[in-house]
Design a protein around this ligand. Sequence first.
Ligand code: 4NP
Length: 154
Amino acid sequence: MTVKVTFVCLGNICRSPMADGVFQKLVNEAGLQEQILVDSAGTSSYHMGEQAHPGTRNELKKHGIVYNGRSRQINHADNNPHTYLIAMDESNLSDLIRAFGQREKTYRLLDFAAQTNEKNVPDPYYVGGFDYVYNLVADGCAGLLAFIRQEEGL
Ligand code: 4NP
């Protein structure tokens, strides 16, 4: 059984690409690339087709991750029962629920974080703080992978 994990933020250029790159690395290290597909999307179309923000790409590069994804907007094909939709903040989460209704496998990333009480990954687009975003995302991604492995028996 293949599952998919799609990380979701507003623009798909800062936070969800960070999570996409970090989670893909964890999946690769676990040898689960065939079982867990990873991507990301934005609730908006503001930056469709653009590369990730330099702040995100540089932060990922510092951690040995090369990210080449392009921004895309979430669409109905993402509402698949085998897809985990992982929102970066409560606004993304409510947008997802508005678009697809209450569904299984819709979560907020930091629900899986062990080392922070934050529930929302702050948006670095206007104010920066990509290193802080990385730390939160890495924490959440580690917990998320453990959760999915348990849920899916992987
Ligand atoms: P992201 O950050 O949702 O983490 O990709 C943003 C990117 C662009 C905008 C807002 C947030 N924007 O308003 O264009």
